[in-house]
Write a protein that binds this ligand. Structure first.
Ligand SMILES: Cc1cc2nc3c(=O)[nH]c(=O)nc-3n(C[C@H](O)[C@H](O)[C@H](O)COP(=O)(O)OP(=O)(O)OC[C@H]3O[C@@H](n4cnc5c(N)ncnc54)[C@H](O)[C@@H]3O)c2cc1C
Length: 596
């Protein structure tokens, strides 16, 4: 008999293939808990997935855009439709183009934002993310200290709520008609539903003789521009990265700053149709998305472009601090300022350490577009005083730029194989892997009570901060899918709701990478040992001690893997499963999907 951890519960026999079992349980009315199981339509059928991949919506959108209205006359204003991923005035391509056009035809520029609660529900948006969006909209509209708010530019921001989401395209067209607007600009959102919505908008706009211009803005390299030698989209990161950096350096204009919008004439404040738009308030919350820890989120993740540039400067020019490890104000006084002591320069060696604030923490700002990805790359080039984008993976900055390539990569993957965002594994052969149904284990994972300190610290970091270090994300995702053998889509969904930086493509890519169902060329048998990972990610132990205070008095190996005696004494849970047994189970189930 192998030596067993005292704590381990035996691995339950019940298991399920996600699609069939979830639907069966829902039909039988066994569950009402939307976080533990999926809505019936959440996972596309294999046939639908094939159809979707064969004719990706981005291609359809681009085709529809090229056939849209080319010239219009007699518009009373030009509208920029701001979305959830371009919440800024600075270096915003569509906003900048809309402003230029408004100057050309000598009419005012108006910014529109549509809150769509049904979309937020359908897309597993969480309260922290929605609150961050609203806070940034307020900063954009009239933020004090923002320096570049729309109010100062005499540009109104009109925020409206629309339901049901099905009629949102008609709703937007009606607003344009009401304002007698015939030209609208927006940055492309690459998620399937959003692309379909924009295809519909293009159709309706054509009927109404409205010119609709969609612009690529979210990424450094737009999707559909990089191909393998066989002319296919990249599905492996390393060759993608080589091509990506080469393309960027050949086309440095891709990272050029989009000009700031020009101010509207002051007369707009007395315009019969538009003056009132200045008085309209951005709501404090969206029904159903009340952010319980809003005050804390405001401290950890201050809103606005100036906060984002503060975070960027902090990363580039100050060194990491153990005192900033947890839920602290990142911009508070006291950060040591020295170019030599830069987190960015130390990034290559320190980035996997979760026990200090070694990384940029820019993800909430990048995912909501509070700062443009171009601006952060330009700042990194300035730091090194170089003219091109750093390509060497041997330097801190080069390694950091590579992370931005990951961001691009996952969106490129989603555009080329859109079914990944419809609940399908990138590698279809893993669609039938048997998953456990174990709410006790799932809840323990969510609450950070699995009995594995690094997993618990990471999950409590997420629950406390709305954010988690990258290495920790990989550890907890691997643990959920390979140790607990719970469906990766449960984890993806929980992350999406809890993260302030939630981004469908990066979240899905990260989960599928960890679950072994994604684009990672390493096969499924890459399985992290959470205890070895713990020693690497948290060499000082500060991370575990910060987030798992009951282990605060421990040092050395006991901290990473407390004995049963120590755990019991401290009131800390015993591990849910034995890692080596769970590892064998995972290997077995992945090797022959569908079998026990
Ligand atoms: C399971 C899992 C889920 C994830 N979910 C998200 C998510 O919802 N939203 C999100 O923005 N990132 C996600 N990531 C990627 C990554 O963990 C975060 O971007 C990173 O931890 C953010 O911290 P930072 O800003 O300090 O990153 P830095 O290390 O400073 O990196 C700079 C920027 O590069 C991008 N980036 C870094 N690593 C990755 C990566 N692996 N994939 C894609 N982009 C990356 C981010 O925009 C980040 O802000 C996920 C990763 C995993 C493993």
């Amino acid at each position: 008999m192998p030596k067993r951890a005292l704590s381990r519960t035996s691995i339950p026999a019940s298991s399920f293939s996600p699609v069939e079992n979830v639907r069966k349980r829902q039909r039988q009315g066994e569950t009402n808990d939307p976080t533990s199981l999926f809505n019936p339509n959440y996972i596309a059928s294999a046939e639908d997935a094939i159809r979707l991949d064969a004719d990706p919506p981005l291609q359809k959108l681009l085709k529809a855009a090229s056939a849209s209205v080319k010239t219009v006359e007699g518009t009373d204003a030009v509208v920029h439709w701001m979305r959830m991923a371009d919440l800024r005035v600075v270096d915003n391509r569509a906003l900048s183009q809309a402003s230029k056009r408004a100057r050309e035809v000598d009419v005012p520029l108006i910014v529109l934002f549509v809150i769509s609660p049904q979309d937020y529900v359908a897309h597993d948006r969480g309260p922290r993310k929605i609150d961050f969006v609203l806070r940034n909209l307020k900063a954009i509209k009239a933020g004090a200290n923002e320096g570049r708010s729309l109010k100062e530019l005499n540009i109104p921001l009109y925020v409206t709520t629309h339901s049901p989401r099905r009629t949102l395209p008609t709703g937007v067209i009606n607003i344009l008609k009401q304002w007698n607007v015939k030209e609208i600009y927006a940055n492309v959102e690459y998620e399937v539903d959003e692309l379909r919505r924009d295809i519909k908008i293009l159709e309706l706009a054509k009927q109404e003789d409205i010119k609709c211009t969609l612009v690529h803005d979210k990424l450094l390299v737009e999707p559909g521009t990089l191909f393998t030698q066989q002319g296919k989209p990249f599905s492996v990161f390393s060759p993608f990265h080589r091509r990506w950096i080469e393309a960027l350096n050949k086309n440095l204009h891709w990272i050029a700053e989009a000009p700031m919008p020009t101010p509207n004439d002051c007369e707009i404040h007395s315009h019969s149709s538009y003056a009132d738009l200045f008085n309209q308030e951005v709501p404090d919350e969206v029904e159903g998305f009340q952010c319980e820890d809003r005050e804390k989120m405001k401290v950890i993740w201050p809103e606005g472009h100036s906060a984002a540039t503060g975070m960027l400067e902090r990363f580039l020019r100050t060194k990491s601090r153990a005192s900033q490890l947890g839920a602290a104000n990142p911009l508070e006084e006291g950060a040591e300022s020295s170019a030599k002591a830069s987190r960015a320069l130390a990034y290559k060696d320190k980035r996997d350490q979760a026990d200090r604030d070694t990384t940029s923490r820019l993800s909430p700002y990048l995912s909501a577009g509070v700062i443009s990805c171009r601006e952060v790359v330009r700042a990194a080039m300035d730091l090194l005083k170089i003219k091109g984008v750093e390509s060497s993976r041997d330097t801190g900055v080069g390694m950091w730029v590579q992370e931005l390539a990951w961001r691009d990569f996952y969106t490129h993957v989603m555009c080329a194989w859109p079914r990944v965002s419809m609940g399908r594994p990138y590698q279809e052969k893993f669609a039938d892997v048997k998953w456990e149904v174990n709410e006790v284990h799932f809840n323990a994972w969510k609450e950070g009570k699995t009995g594995v300190p690094i997993v618990d610290a990471a999950m409590r970091q997420l629950n406390t901060m709305g954010w988690m270090h990258n290495r920790s994300r990989m550890i907890v995702a691997m643990y959920l899918t390979k140790d607990l053998m719970l469906d990766w889509r449960l984890g993806e969904r929980y992350f999406s709701k809890a993260l302030i930086d939630a981004d469908l493509a990066s979240n899905n890519g990260g989960w599928q990478w960890s679950a072994g169902t994604g684009t990672d060329p390493q096969p499924y048998f890459r399985i992290f040992n959470p205890y070895n990972q713990s020693e690497k990610a948290d060499p000082t132990g500060n991370y575990i001690r910060e987030f798992v205070p009951e282990l605060g008095g421990l040092r050395g190996p006991d901290l990473h893997k407390p004995s049963a005696k120590v755990a019991q004494k401290l009131g800390y849970p015993l591990p849910l499963v034995d890692h080596s047994e769970a590892r064998n189970r995972a290997l077995r189930r992945y090797k022959n999907p569908g079998t026990e």
